[in-house]
Ligand binder design. Sequence first.
Ligand code: SAM
Length: 280
Amino acid sequence: MSLEQAAFERVQRLVYSLAGIVLENGKEYLVEARLAPIAKTHGFTRIEELIAQLDIKPDLIAQVVEAMTTNETSFFRDHRPFELIRTKIMPELLLKREERRTLDIWCAACSSGQEPYSVAMLLHDNFPELASWRVRILATDISSAILERARCARFSQLEVNRGLGAAQLVKHFHREGLQWELKPELRNMVNFTQLNLIANWPILPTFDLVFLRNVMIYFDVETKRKVLAKLSERVAQGGYIFLGGGESTLNIDTNLERVEFENSACYRVASPSSNIAARP
Ligand SMILES: C[S@@+](CC[C@H](N)C(=O)[O-])C[C@H]1O[C@@H](n2cnc3c(N)ncnc32)[C@H](O)[C@@H]1O
């Protein structure tokens, strides 16, 4: 039997107000698929019973919201941004930050960790001079459950097959039963913490590089505008923001400008004196 409309609408309102996620009409099947395991765990036979309990047991709310997030990710996802960082952006940042010798990087919706660990791998393998710098990679997500997984840094064969070459796998992971565990030297480069992009942000450093990839696809234009406005205050001069492959600032009122490279593009905060024409 399909999900009752009132229960679906309750979930729609909940995920929008607490996570900014727009759950379109017609996605009842998704709610059913995602919430059925939670309902079962708590001994409910129907999802409607779980939804009805949300007012009485608020601890269930976070579980419901987290279950409605999509955690799809992979190592070196989309490949080209990482190539751009390796060949152009990091050499530029190494020069710009040469005196200060610090680098702050933020993966702002990091899911199970493949993205920040890819950054750690890239820096470790290509820029040995950073060993004498203070490099911080902050990785955040709304979901405490996915962050728990990310911190463990254990990945299945299928997960490592997505984006990692054999040489990288052997160099940076060791086998733990059926899983591959990332070695501590890379794990320790990443600091995971919970952060909801649409709630108040804690005190954050100014970042040289930000990954805000494949999360704003779930937000409406107004939420995207607010998140990007806040983010632009946290990006250092000369810093860059990467959005997901299919994402852009088109139709969003921001002070970011798109910077085109041969095969890829990213964003930076537009300065009044910038001679690059701001494009959406
Ligand atoms: C599709 S994954 C993207 C992972 C990674 N950035 C990538 O591109 O491979 C989207 C992530 O955004 C997180 N997310 C959704 N809404 C969020 C919010 N309001 N604040 C922070 N993270 C959020 C989800 O929990 C999920 O892990």
